[in-house]
Each structure stands twice: as structure tokens, then as C-alpha cells.
Design a protein around this ligand. Sequence first.
Ligand SMILES: O=P(O)(O)OC[C@H]1O[C@H](O)[C@H](O)[C@@H](O)[C@@H]1O
Length: 623
Amino acid sequence: MASISGICSSSPTLKLQKQIPRLSNPLGKELVAFPTRRKFPIDRSLSLVSTQSVAREIPAKLATSKDGTIVKEKRGLEKDPGCLWRRYNDWLYQHKELGLYLDVSRVGFTDEFVQQMEPRFQEAFRTMEELEKGAIANPDEGRMVGHYWLRDANRAPNPFLKTQIENTLEAVCKFADDVVSGKIKPPSSPEGRFTQILSVGIGGSALGPQFVAEALAPDNPPLKIRFIDNTDPAGIDHQIAQLGPELASTLVIVISKSGGTPETRNGLLEVQKAFREAGLNFPKQGVAITQENSLLDNTARIEGWLARFPMFDWVGGRTSEMSAVGLLPAALQGIDIREMLVGAKLMDEANRVTAVRNNPAALLALCWYWATDGIGSKDMVILPYKDSLLLFSRYLQQLVMESLGKEFDLDGNRVNQGISVYGNKGSTDQHAYIQQLREGVHNFVVTFIEVLRDRPPGHDWELEPGVTCGDYLFGMLQGTRSALYANNRESITVTVQEVTPRSVGALIALYERAVGIYASLVNINAYHQPGVEAGKKAAGEVLALQKRVLAVLNDASCKDPLEPLTLEEVADRCHAPEDIEMIYKIIVHMAANDRALIAEGSCGSPRSMKIFLGECNVDDLYA
Ligand SMILES: O=P(O)(O)OC[C@H]1O[C@H](O)[C@H](O)[C@@H](O)[C@@H]1O
């Protein structure tokens, strides 16, 4: 590999943004300290990586800005075209069978950095190998991590799991075929077959299916999918209203690994109410995808729903797209799910190579570590230049941030790890925030997702001599990549030939593995989500307080004469004076929905308020 420390030409110096703690040494060389881990002997000679070889031998020097803050002048990245072309060739990764390329040449990691990281990568590869053999890779929950087995059942650690995976896939394919063919049909529908899918689920039980539907659903799918992925009553009403009479030919797929997520449960209850009001028999149109014997599974079994498919405790929500969670909705839309599995399997095989430069997931993890200093100091901007990949960044937000965003590492050190992810699609985003990326705060690294095929063969035309619409998209991507790099903004480019089930499966597998490898590099558990439980618990406490408020207001409202209460009186009667602000917010929300009446004062001056209840009565509270 040609070292980029080779001096090619001088380059302009640039002020270093304050965001990365950088150390200087007596020689004035700007150094970057990467967090070292106790697991490795701290070799001081290596733990500080000189960035000289990235830019130039010109020593960085201390500078003071107008306000006196110390900033370090940082040389730019390698800019000589000849050097860059050599670097591009040296580091280009190609997966021939997938037609996938990975270009990391516009990320300025140094030879020294790659060498320094080698032991950590070798350990990460060993950890990943143990994970795939069935180790308890999620120690906080005492679970195996088995999403890779979903696309290669032979890798499952025992025959029972292998059989479960194979049987589930067969059941998904058969059910989808029977629904699409009309063999399984709704009890009362003019079409005589299912025409719509209403998916009810949230987080990993929605984001994968949403990404894949946007990416791969044909223009006229056998069943068209829509999602209820929240507990917003207006959003639920909108989806049901859009279905209209087609509710009668809608297959409702309720997805929840735990089987008890409140938003999903609320969505189910709302949909079942709509079915009752339409005189439809929900169980004949309901499918559950959940862990066996969960609340949802037992409900579906007892009520006799049309079908139930298992989720496994060794598959996390954010890595469940290759389980029934993703495969059933995709198959019902006519998407070739076996091709998705093949793409993921081929990518998994590529990611088992233990040479960093020949392992695409390791290359991504290397870039992430370099660009974010191993502490998430920069955001990950995901920019697919393809409309159908619009939801890839939302999908990666959960996969990356729920995996890496952790307070403690595996040794119990408080690290507050993570990498923030955002982005939509190019070139659209060039008309929104690329201005800031090009010139503003330098707190990101971009990943371009390039799709080479613009249109199916024979469908393209030149909208001006020699130029097609897709040429513009191509030009916008390449132009943005160059413009960002010219201003020392680093980027990664992942290239696929076209958006197909195979390439989508490969992209999903690429990022699942990169997240797992990166988590090893920063010594965290990528497979649990303790922070989410805190939010759920707090939400439960708000609802419990609301019930007490309603009871207090109901008592006061039933008195003769009516007794409007101040906020303080409500808080005292709830025995929660310290929660007066939350009580105020609860009442404001109730008043906005005609469930509490402001007798005196206004919400803008809380202390002036006197409140009593709307029509609701205490019996409803405890119904
Ligand atoms: O699939 P469920 O059990 O309903 O969970 C849905 C989501 O809930 C939480 O937010 C978890 O952090 C996610 O990982 C999960 O995907």
C-alpha cells in the first residue's frame, strides 16, 4: 500500500475545529490521542498518532484565535491528484459477485494508525467468530447474538436453532405464496383476496420493513404496505382512513419481539376498534410476529388469528430484517426474500476475512474510528444518491445509535459512546444542509451510497445531448464528494450496481457487521439497549400520575357546588407536590382534548389556573 506519508505537495493549512481533543508535543507536531483500552498494554509510543503523515511534514503550530482560545492549525488532507489516485487504487475494496465497491480513500487515516489498530481488529475478528459460534455475546442480557445465522442456518450453534430458522423461512414463504395467490383470503372482501398490508410495530419492528418496502417494493405490488409505527391517534386514524373500505381486504401484521411494547399494543387496539366498527372479524385478518408465549403471541393464539410467526430472543429488533419481521412483509409485496438472504450471506462471508483491507465491514469500522476519534466526535451523514434508499439513514439510526450509544463499556467504565447518524438522499439534501457540510462546523463524516444503474436497460434517454437525468445525479454525487474533500471534509463511498434484493441484503449485512466490529474496537456491548427501558418506565409514571389527577379532579367536580381546584390543590390531593409541573402539563394536554376544563386563569399563567373535569368520570379511569 502506498503510504500517504509520501510528501507530494504542500497544502493549505486550516484551523482545526475545537471538537477533537488534540495533544501537542514540544516538536509542535499535532498529535491525536485515541482512547486506549485497559485490555491492551498502553504503549505510549503508539497511542499518540501523528497526523503528520496525513498531511504534511510542516509542523502544526499553536495559534490563538481572537477570543484567545487555543486552536491548532491543522494541515489539510492529501490533495495531490496523483497521490489520491494511488490511494484510491491501494484501498479500493471490490466484492465481485455482489458488484459492490467500498472507497475509503477520502478518509485520511495514516499507515501508523492502521498498524496501531491491528491488534484491536484481530481481537474484534476473534470476538465476532465466537459470537457466530454461539457465545453469549450480549452479556448484559445473557443472550447469544444470532442474526447472521438467519441467512446461513448451517452456522447456527445447534440443530434445534438450525431447524427453527429453516422452518420459519419455509412457513413465511408458504404463507406469503398462499396470500398472494388468493388461497388464503379475507372472509368478506369484494376483491376476494388480500390487497393491503397494515404493519403495526415500532423501532426494529418497523424500520427494517419500512426501509425495504421503500427500496424494493415494485410499483404494483401484490399487496401494498402501510405502517402504524407510533401511538399518535391522528396518525393511526390517517392510515385507517386511507384504507377506507379496503380494510376488508387488509392483512394486519402486528410485530413486536417483546410482545408488550405500549405503542404497538395501542396500535392493535385502535385497529381492532376500526375492524369492529366496520363489522369485520379481526382474527381472520390478523398475523402476529413475536416471541413465543409473549403477551401478543398468547393473544393471537387464544383469539385464533390467521397466523403466528416466531421471533427469537437471539435476534435483536435492530437486526431482525432477515427474520420473519422483515421477510414476511417483503414477501407479501412480491420482493425476492431469498435473494435478500443471499446478498446478506455473501456479505457475511466477505466480512469473515481477517485482513482489514480485505474486509469491507472492518474498513468501515476503521474509518469510523479514525473520523470520530473512537469517541463519536463526528456525526455519520448517510447520503444515498437514490430515491429508493431514502430510509436507509433512518434504518441506520437505530442500528448504529442503539448499538453504539452506550453509557458504560464492557469493563464498566463510563464512556458515553456512540456515533450520531442523519441524512436523507442526494442530490435533494444538497438543497437543504450541504451548505453547512461544505463550509460550516466540521463535525461529520459523509458516507455516499452510489447506485450505478440509473434505469432498467432500454428505459433511458438523453434530456440534452450526451446527458441523461442519471448523469446529473452521478455528477451531483461526485461533485459534492470533491467539493467536501477540497475543504477537508472526509467521505466514504459505497457503490452498488443497482438496488436489488441482493444488494439491499448486502448493505444491511455490511452495516450490521461494521457496527459489531466497531463495538469491539471501543469495547462496548452492541446488543442491548438499557437506555430505552428508562424512557418506558418514566412514561409509565406519567400515566400513573395522570390517573391520580383525573381521580382528584373527578371528586372535586362531583361536589355540589362544583369545586374548581388550583394546581397546588390538585398536586396536594395527588400527594405529589413535587410533580406540580408534570401535573400542569397533564392538565394542559387534557384541556386541549376537552377532558379537563380551565374554570379560571389560563395555561399561560399556571398559578392563575382553576380546573375541573370534563365529561369523563372516575369509573372510566379504572375501566
Ligand atoms: O419489537 P418490540 O419488542 O416491540 O420492540 C420494539 C423496539 O422497542 C425498543 O425501542 C427497543 O429498544 C428496540 O430495539 C425495539 O426494536
